[in-house]
Ligand binder design. Structure first.
Ligand code: TTP
Length: 229
C-alpha cells in the first residue's frame, strides 16, 4: 500500500496556507473539544479541522494509540512523532472559509503530552531530544501560525468520569494521576505561561453539562470567531 501525501507547494511550506484567522481548541482529554468544533461547524464561514485520532488508531493497520497506552516506554516516541506529523498536516492545510478552527495543535502535543511522557520516564532523553529537534525545525521554518487559543478548562475529576462513560477502548486504563498531570501541564502552558504561547488565550470553564456549554459557545461566538462572521 502507498500512503498518498497531500501536495504542498514550496510557497505554502514557507509562508503557510493562505492567510486565515486560525483558532485552536485546547483542553485536556475529554474536555469537549469535539463538541465545540461540531457546534461551530454549522457556520458557513468556519472550516473545522478535526484532530486525526482515527489516523493514530490505524497507521497501515497499526493502532499506535493503543500501543502507546499499553507500552508507553516502547511506543510513546513513535506515537508522538506521528502525532506531530499529522498535526502539521492540519496546520498546513489550506481552507476556503475565513475562519479555520483546528482541534489541538503542534504546541499542546509538545508542551503537554510530550513533556508529561518525558517527565514521567516514558520517553528517554535521546527520544525526547530527537522529538524536540524536529519540533524546533518545524516551528522555525514552517508557518504554523495561530491567532487565538480557546482553552476548555476542566476539573480532572470530571474528565475521569467522562472518559469512563464515553469508553474509547484505548483510554480505559488511564489513571486519574495521568489526567491530573496533563491538567497541570495545560495550566502551566495556557494560564501560567511557563512555555511559549503562540497566541492569546480565551479560557472557558468547561465543567458544565452539554446544554450549558452550548449556551457558553453561543455567548462567546464573536470572541471565538473574531467577529469575522
Ligand atoms: P485529545 O486530543 O485530548 O482528544 P479528545 O478526543 O479526548 O478530545 P475531546 O474529548 O475534548 O473532544 O486526545 C485524544 C487521545 O490521544 C487521548 O487518548 C490522548 C491522546 N493523545 C496523546 O497521547 N498525545 C498527544 O500528543 C495528543 C494530542 C493526544
Amino acid at each position: 500500500t502507498r500512503i498518498e501525501l497531500p501536495k504542498y507547494s514550496l510557497e505554502m511550506l514557507e509562508k503557510g496556507p493562505k492567510a486565515k484567522f486560525t483558532v485552536c481548541v485546547e483542553g485536556n482529554i475529554g474536555s469537549g473539544k469535539s463538541t465545540l468544533l461540531e457546534h461551530f461547524s454549522k457556520f458557513d464561514d468556519v472550516e473545522v479541522l478535526q484532530e486525526p485520532v482515527e489516523k493514530w488508531r490505524d497507521v497501515r493497520g497499526c493502532n499506535l494509540l493503543d500501543l502507546m497506552y499499553k507500552d508507553p516506554c516502547r511506543w510513546a516516541h513513535t506515537f508522538q512523532a506521528y502525532v506531530q506529523m499529522t498535526m502539521l498536516e492540519l496546520h498546513l492545510q489550506s481552507t476556503q472559509a475565513p475562519v479555520k478552527l483546528i482541534e489541538r495543535s503542534l504546541y499542546s502535543a509538545r508542551y503537554c503530552f510530550v513533556e508529561n511522557l518525558y517527565k514521567g520516564g516514558k520517553m528517554s532523553s535521546a527520544e525526547y531530544s530527537v522529538y524536540c529537534e524536529w519540533y524546533k525545525m518545524i516551528t522555525q521554518h514552517l508557518n504554523v501560525n495561530i491567532d487565538l487559543i480557546v482553552y476548555l478548562k476542566t476539573d480532572p475529576k470530571k474528565l475521569y468520569k467522562r472518559i469512563k462513560e464515553r469508553s474509547r477502548s484505548e483510554e480505559q486504563a488511564i489513571p486519574f494521576q495521568y489526567l491530573e498531570a496533563l491538567h497541570n501541564l495545560h495550566e502551566g502552558w495556557l494560564t501560567e505561561k511557563k512555555y511559549p504561547l503562540p497566541a492569546p488565550v480565551l479560557v472557558l470553564d468547561a465543567n458544565d453539562n452539554l446544554s450549558t456549554m452550548y449556551k457558553k459557545f453561543e455567548e462567546h461566538t464573536s470572541d471565538i470567531l473574531c467577529q469575522k462572521l
